[in-house]
Structures are given as structure tokens and as C-alpha cells.
Design a protein around this ligand. Structure first.
Ligand code: NDP
Ligand code: 2IT
Length: 450
């Protein structure tokens, strides 16, 4: 355990005030204890010391002009964390809460997630503290162009390939790709999550949500169970949440909640997914308006949440799919879930459960799929988009979806068999972290001290 304390203590000195980053590192390091003890090579090659230090961190000014002529300045980030397994790969997040700690935690998680997919992709992440809420299309475009005026020189199909994350979808990728093409003069796969009209992959939009539900299904299969008839709590109402709910319906389950930054929606008879798509993908409006069409549903505003957690986890249900953001599921939320009958948690979001909450799930021995395994379907399908772009092919929805299911199955099998190998068969946190670490660490050793 000493190396955990010394690593975190060192990070606190060299990278001060990055609590989300320390949280992500600590979770991984705790899992690695059994393998680090038995493999001196990892210590002599300073793998941990090198893994927690990004290969490159790019921070830049993003000035832009709003519709009224006012000048704004945001911060832009791209953290190129680890390229042992391939070009840096990971999304861009536009949200006012973005800072170096958030981007570093996401980039660090991405290294292991991408390793778990078995595909040749390294880990990176980027974004900005820009808040897209309430901004016109013109403002979004000017922001994206300004962001790209700096980022374009750092990315490319074989160096670093960004995609979407919170606040970044097909619209933003379009504006960024357009500016990239203008600045470089090259039409190439430097982004994933592109529109289907110009190089995007079928099923990429659906992949993260679908993948988290496939992962849940594989966890249930271990216990000869299925999702059929299960009542499910989902958080978030964005890209991941919407397509998790869609796949839940397709597999005979019923999503009964979702949420956004304004509050939680609960609909006992099942969420009206077509309406959610209209509100969120079409109107970019608040979930609160759902009640106008469904007076039998309830909307709980954020101000009315319990002090120790979030309303969305306080209903009776069989399964939970956190698909909004980090630390959105506390210890008290986890205890409420277990008390109310929940037997499965599959994380569509990155690091949605606090460490205390994870411990509640592991102690209760419910099926718990950590984000870096359960939500890897998004980035895996991004790699399938890269493969199609590089070979100038277009695969059908069914082809991509079949590959996605196979990848999610492989991730589950790898995490599960590694957990068994280390004597903790239910602990997919340990299984996923060790399996991913081995792949990255062994590649780093073979590539020398770089
Ligand atoms: P979106 O921007 O499409 O949706 C995010 C949703 O979460 C929105 O409903 C948003 O509310 C809500 N939300 C975001 N931040 C907060 C916050 N601080 N408090 C409360 N609610 C919040 O993002 P995605 O669906 O793409 O991403 C969701 C999660 O999934 C993130 O953790 C992301 O890192 C992760 N992820 C995404 C992947 C992808 O392919 N997109 C792949 C793997 C993981 P509102 O509508 O009010 O803004
Ligand atoms: O967190 C993630 O894995 C993503 N936001 C998707 C990254 C990608 O490159 O598709």
C-alpha cells in the first residue's frame, strides 16, 4: 500500500489541486497491488511513475466573439496521456466544470479503457470550460473554430484522434472537422463521431449506451439471468443515456428514470423515449418540460435532492445505469439502491460512482460493471470508424453492431477471468484494472524508456 500513498503524495506536489485525477489514480493503484507485488519488472521499469505522468499536456487560450459582439476567453485542453498501444484516442468535453483535474482523470481512465478493448489505441482527452448551454449555432461554430485554430496542429489520424463527450456531439465535431480541413487542407479521419454524411460510422452514436447495456446483459448471463422484465434507473439524458434506454427497451427491460443538470424525471410506466429524443436531441431543452405531455410522471428539481446524494437513485428498481457524469452516485445512493432491490450497476458514464459507493457494491456482491469496462463500446466503435476511414470502406449498422457486441463480450470475459485469476471472482474493478494495466505496462517495457 505504501506505493499508493507515495504516488498520490508525489502527485499532490507536482500536480496540485487535482482531486478527480487523484481519485482515478487511487482506484487503479489499489487494484494493482496483487500484480505489482509479484512482478518486480513493473517496479524496475518505473511503470507507475511513468503512467501517472501524461506524455504531453496542451493548454491554450480560446478567444471567441458572441452574437452581440462581446469577446469571451475560455481555456482549451488536450492531454495526450499514453501512446503505448496506439495513437492517443479519447473525447473532448465542453462543460463549465472542465479543468485540468477533470481532463486528466478522464485521460487516465481512457488509457485503461482503450487497452481493454483490445484495439490499437492509446489514451487521451481534451475539452474546454466553454458552456454550450443557450448558445446559438453561430456562437458554437465560432467557438469550435477558435478551439481548432490551436488544436489542429496536435491531432491527426495516426497521432491523436478526438471524438465527443459531454457537450460535444455531431454538430460540434462537424464544426471542428470543417476548420481542421480548412487549416490542414486534408480530408482525413482526424475525428470520430462524425456525421454519416461525411465519414462517420453507423452505430457510433448508439455505441456507448448500447455497449453499457450489452455489458449488463453479459454480467447477468453469468447468473443465468437476463434483462427481460427488469426495471431500470438511468441517469443523464444525453447521448449515452438515450441509447442505453433504447437498448433496454429492445431487450425487454423498462427504464423508469433519467435526469439532467436541472433534475430527475421518474415515470413509473416507462420513460417515453421518443419524447426524450425530441426534448434533448431536437429542442436542446430541459427535461422538466416532459411533464407537460405526461402529467403522471414526476420531475424532482435538483434543489429537492437528498443532502447526501441524488434523487435518481432513490426508487425501487432491479438495475442502475449511471450515464451522466463523475461522482453522481454517492455512498448513500449506493446503499439506497441495494436496499431498494438493485442487483446490477453498469456505468455508461466515466467514474460516476464515488470510491465509497463502489465499496458498497463490491461488499454487497451485486453485479458491478465499472465505467472503463462497461462504457468502452463508444471508443471501441470510434476505432471501428477509424478502420473504415483508413480502408475507405463503409460497414452496415449490423456489421458494426455485431463487432461492438463481440468487443463488449471480450471485455467482460477478460475482466471476469482476470478477477477469477486473482481470487476475487465478483470484482470486475480489479479484473478490468489489472487486465488493462498488464497490456499497457508490457507494451511500455518493450518500447523502452520513452
Ligand atoms: P451529453 O452531453 O450528451 O449528456 C450528458 C448528460 O448528463 C446531460 O443530460 C447533462 O444534463 C447531464 N450532465 C452533465 N454534466 C452534469 C452535471 N455536472 N450534473 C448533472 N447532470 C449533468 O454527454 P454524454 O452522454 O456523451 O456523456 C455522459 C457520460 O458518459 C460522461 O461521463 C461521459 O464522459 C461518458 N462517456 C461518453 C461517451 C460517448 O461516446 N459520448 C463514451 C464513454 C463515456 P443537461 O442535459 O442538463 O446538460
Ligand atoms: O469517454 C469516452 O470513452 C468517450 N468520450 C469516447 C471517446 C472516443 O474516442 O470515442
Amino acid at each position: 500500500m505504501n506505493y499508493i500513498h507515495s504516488t498520490i503524495a508525489q502527485l499532490k506536489k507536482t500536480s496540485p489541486a487535482q482531486c478527480e485525477f487523484y481519485q482515478a489514480v487511487e482506484e487503479v493503484l489499489e487494484s494493482l497491488e496483487p500484480i505489482l507485488e509479484n512482478t518486480p519488472d513493473y517496479q524496475t521499469n518505473a511503470i507507475i511513475e511513468r503512467l501517472v505522468e501524461p506524455e504531453r499536456q496542451i493548454m491554450f487560450r480560446v478567444p471567441w466573439v458572441d452574437d452581440k459582439g462581446n469577446i469571451h476567453v475560455n481555456k482549451g485542453y488536450r492531454i495526450e496521456f499514453n501512446s503505448a498501444l496506439g495513437p492517443y484516442k479519447g473525447g473532448l468535453r465542453f462543460h463549465p466544470s472542465v479543468n485540468a483535474s477533470i481532463i486528466k482523470f478522464l485521460g487516465f481512465e481512457q488509457i485503461f479503457k482503450n487497452a481493454l478493448t483490445g484495439l490499437p489505441i492509446g489514451g487521451g482527452k481534451g475539452g474546454s470550460n466553454f458552456d454550450p448551454k443557450g448558445r446559438s449555432d453561430g456562437e458554437i461554430m465560432r467557438f469550435c473554430q477558435s478551439f481548432m485554430n490551436e488544436l489542429y496542429r496536435h491531432i491527426g489520424p495516426t497521432t491523436d484522434v478526438p471524438a465527443g463527450d459531454i457537450g460535444v456531439g455531431a454538430r460540434e465535431i462537424g464544426y471542428m472537422f470543417g476548420q481542421y480541413k480548412r487549416l490542414t487542407g486534408r480530408y482525413e479521419g482526424a475525428f470520430t463521431g462524425k456525421s454519416l454524411l461525411w465519414g462517420g460510422s453507423l452505430a457510433r452514436k448508439e455505441a456507448t449506451g448500447y455497449g453499457a447495456v450489452y455489458f449488463a446483459n453479459y454480467m447477468l448471463q453469468e447468473a443465468n439471468d437476463t434483462l427481460e422484465g427488469k426495471r431500470c434507473l438511468v441517469s443523464g439524458a444525453g447521448n449515452v443515456a438515450i441509447y442505453a434506454m433504447e437498448k433496454l427497451y429492445q431487450l425487454g427491460a423498462t427504464p423508469i428514470s433519467c435526469s439532467d443538470s436541472g433534475g430527475t424525471l421518474y415515470h413509473e410506466s416507462g420513460i417515453d423515449l421518443a419524447l426524450i429524443k425530441q426534448i434533448k436531441e431536437g429542442d436542446r431543452a430541459s427535461l422538466a418540460s416532459y411533464i407537460d405531455s405526461h402529467p403522471d410522471a414526476r420531475f424532482i428539481p435538483r434543489a429537492d435532492y437528498p443532502e447526501d446524494g441524488h434523487a435518481v437513485w432513490r426508487f425501487n428498481a432491479d438495475a442502475a445505469f449511471p450515464c451522466a457524469t463523475q461522482n453522481e452516485l454517492t455512498q448513500a445512493d449506493a446503499q439506497a439502491l441495494i436496499a431498494n432491490g438493485c442487483i446490477l450497476v453498469s456505468e455508461g458514464a466515466n467514474m460516476p460512482a464515488t470510491q465509497d459507493a463502489i465499496n458498497v457494491f463490491l461488499d454487497a456482491k451485486i453485479a458491478y460493471g465499472p465505467g472503463k469496462a462497461a462504457n468502452a463500446g463508444g471508443v471501441a466503435t470510434s476505432q471501428l470508424e477509424m478502420a473504415q476511414n483508413a480502408s475507405m470502406q463503409t460497414w452496415t449498422f449490423e456489421e458494426v453492431d455485431t463487432k461492438l457486441q463481440q468487443i463488449m463480450k471480450n471485455i467482460f470475459d477478460t475482466a471476469s477471468s482476470t478477477a477469477k485469476e486473482f481470487g476475487q471472482p465478483n470484482n470486475l474493478v480489479l479484473g478490468a484494472n489489472i487486465a488493462a494495466f498488464r497490456r499497457v505496462a508490457d507494451a511500455m517495457i518493450e518500447q523502452g524508456v520513452v
